[in-house]
Write a protein that binds this ligand. Structure first.
Ligand code: GDP
Length: 502
């Protein structure tokens, strides 16, 4: 039943109920929507300081929520609206609300969720409120993070439309005007009230000045930051001296940053929860062990199915040893005599992939051939399941995104994960689940030994944290910070130039 699923996700290690901590006395579910959060607890408990920051955040969010008096005051003042009621001071003081608005990105769901969690951490650090400017393809996926409030930026106020668009400045262009040599600016005066900030793939050196302390001082005065990003930029916030002390207090355990942020922000909507719970109950719940295999192939010509499948088996059977070896021709006849023996251990394997080929092949392989364990004391039965097979990646498609979210969440409920290198889809699953995955190297015939497999098929991640794929370059010290010698931020296993927390 769905109730048993709720119990399963109440993890056994020091279960801490964040929602109860935040709202003492409100442990019964006022609405089904909030039951999910109440029911889920954490692999690693959040620090008291993080809890107190979240409690403050909730108050701030409610005070500043869309269409509230404070919201309107902040929005219209900053637009220089000269109606009498909006003619008060322009200086951002303590009572004013300031925001970071996450705008519609072009990338997939994994990228978006990682970037939203980074924006949320930035909002916590800078006393802002996170709002999201979703399109209709995203609005039905999640429950509201702050109960009885909304994080949806009102449609009528959209930035970039006819009325407001021209008044929004661009951070990178501003930096270009003010600062030509990229040296770490001590303090930058920024007078804009609305600022577009681009921290997404392909951003330039001027955009990257966002990561310098001096610029951050200047940004405090800007009430509206409109953020475009598809990156998990959290690791870089740890490299900024202005934020470090607070971050250390918030996250004594550096590998659980996304685990806490993600589980706070992303609760499935009722619709998503129905899909997750029904699948889980039917196919995964009763297994002794749940294994998630996330196979993300970016270029099917360069990474043909047969080769990727071989690599998956090298990883799962030989290196990670999470799937049993299959019987060889010789011992298969011998084991046939013993097949009536009762299976004592069930493994349920969830295959998440755009394509259905891996699921079909694996299922057939483990069904039609006996496992080498047949006849031994512990006989293992392996069942394969796939929730969705979308075949191609689509954008701006609500039902496609729903399937992606369901797959991510189901993966996060597994006990063991194999994820594909470079995939933010896998990062979100591992972070929500609190799992250190085996990272699969998807073979690519364009590189290395053609279709010969060599080297490691997969390796265990050093932490459950996602990777920041495209951080600013630190080697040339353009923004004045270095990763060298840091024991908190290291290079990612799957992306050489990327950074992750450990
Ligand atoms: P990344 O490209 O692997 O970093 O992950 P993203 O989530 O950012 O983008 C990939 C998109 O492709 C997803 O959001 C889905 O729309 C789709 N996709 C990729 N793999 C899967 C999968 O296993 N299941 C489903 N349902 N969709 C997938």
């Amino acid at each position: 039943t769905a109730a048993s699923l709720l119990l399963i996700i109440a993890f056994p290690i020091s279960p801490i109920n964040l929602k109860e901590e935040l709202e003492p006395g409100k442990s019964s579910c006022a609405s089904r929507r909030h039951c999910h959060k109440i029911s889920s607890s954490y692999h690693k408990p959040p620090s008291p300081y993080l809890l107190s920051m979240l409690r403050d955040y909730e108050q701030r969010h409610k005070r500043c929520e869309p269409l509230s008096e404070s919201f309107n005051r902040s929005f219209f003042q900053k637009q220089n609206y000269s109606t009498k009621s909006h003619q008060t001071s322009h200086v951002v003081d303590d009572d004013d609300c300031s925001y970071v608005v996450f705008t519609r990105p072009t990338n997939g769901l994994g990228n978006r969720m990682l970037s939203m969690s980074s924006a949320f951490l930035y909002a916590l650090l800078t006393n802002r409120v996170l709002l999201v400017d979703f399109g209709p393809d995203m609005t039905h996926l999640f429950s509201e993070p702050v109960p009885n409030s909304t994080w949806l930026f009102p449609e009528d106020f959209r930035f970039g439309n006819r009325i407001y668009g021209s008044k929004v400045d661009d951070f990178g262009s501003l930096m270009k005007k003010k600062n030509n040599n990229y040296t770490d600016p001590v303090l930058v005066n920024i007078s804009s009230s609305f600022l577009h900030v681009n921290l997404g793939y392909g951003y330039d050196d001027y955009d990257k000045l966002f990561y310098s302390n001096g610029v951050q001082d200047g940004l405090q005065k800007v009430a509206w930051l409109i953020l475009k990003s598809d990156q998990y930029f959290v690791p870089y916030l740890f490299l900024m001296s202005g934020f470090r002390a607070k971050l250390d207090r918030m996250f004594p355990d550096k590998e659980a940053v996304f685990h806490h942020l993600g589980r706070y922000l992303f609760t499935p909507s009722d619709q998503a929860w129905g899909l997750i719970a029904r699948f889980y109950d039917a196919y995964l719940e009763k297994a002794d062990e749940r294994i998630g295999l996330q196979i993300r192939v970016l270029d099917s010509k360069a990474s043909p199915t047969a080769l990727v499948l071989k690599q998956v088996l090298r990883c799962a059977q030989k290196e990670a040893q999470i799937l049993p070896p299959l019987a060889t021709k010789q011992n298969e006849t011998a084991t046939k005599k013993l097949v009536s023996k009762k299976t004592s251990y069930h493994k349920a394997v969830l295959v998440a992939s755009l394509s259905s080929e891996f699921y079909i092949e694996l299922k057939d392989m483990f069904w039609k051939r006996a496992s080498a364990s047949t006849g031994s004391d512990e006989e293992v039965a392996v069942g394969f399941h796939q929730a969705s097979r979308e075949e191609v990646q689509r954008s701006n498609d609500g039902s496609h995104n729903m399937m992606a979210w369901v797959d991510i969440y189901l993966l996060s409920l597994c006990d063991v994960l194999v994820t594909s290198g470079w995939s933010t889809f896998g990062y979100v699953a591992q972070g929500l689940g609190g799992l250190r995955p085996w990272i699969l190297q998807i073979p690519d015939t364009k590189y290395g030994g053609g279709d010969t497999l060599w080297g490691q098929a997969c390796r265990r991640a050093v932490s459950m944290e996602p990777c920041f794929h495209f951080p600013p370059s630190y080697d040339d010290n353009k923004v004045g910070v270095r990763v060298d010698g840091s024991s908190t931020v290291v290079h990612c296993e799957d992306v050489g130039g990327g950074l992750k927390l450990v």
